[in-house]
Design a protein around this ligand. Structure first.
Ligand code: HEC
Length: 130
């Protein structure tokens, strides 16, 4: 191997190594943990792909930043329909921790996720659902 070839080989190894390193950022890890959470706790009632529409619960594509209880074509409880504001990290966190405490009277039949890490990961995942 000439010196030039060796240098090229070495730099391509470095590029490959940094690609691998950046593929597993903490954010990616929470997205995959959040995806897992979603599949086990939410997917029976909610779709995240827009094309799948509403199931038992409203479609959650783009839910972070969306107005609370206003997706057209879904019959919300009065609790969510009359709720003001939009879903952001804080309101989602409170709702997913204890739906009835955060939105009294909601028809979402879900007890809540007590683990803070799990909720954080789930919200990180929901942000990717556009
Ligand atoms: C057994 C079915 C069921 C499960 C499980 C469930 N949901 Fe729901 N969800 C609903 C229903 C029904 C509503 C509408 C509630 C209402 O109108 O008060 C809702 C509403 C919501 C809303 C409000 C959306 C909007 O447009 O304002 C969010 C956000 C949400 N759910 C997230 C989740 C997440 C995340 C999970 C998993 C941790 C989950 N839900 C689990 C049935 C469910």
């Amino acid at each position: 191997m000439t010196l030039v070839k060796a240098a090229r080989w070495f730099s391509s190894v470095l590029v490959a190594a940094s690609a691998v390193a950046s593929a597993a950022t903490p954010d990616d890890q929470s997205v995959s943990l959040g995806h897992h959470q979603f599949e086990s706790s939410c997917a029976m009632c909610h779709a995240v792909e827009k094309s799948k529409g509403n199931i038992v619960g409203p479609n959650l594509a783009g839910v972070v930043g969306r107005k609370i209880g206003k997706l057209s074509g879904f019959q919300y409880s009065a609790a969510l329909k009359d709720s003001k504001g939009a879903w952001d990290e804080a309101s989602l966190d409170a709702f997913l921790k204890n739906p009835q405490a955060a939105q009294p009277g909601t028809a979402m039949p879900f007890a809540g996720i007590r683990n803070d890490e799990d909720r954080r990961a789930l919200i990180t995942y929901l942000k990717t659902a556009r």
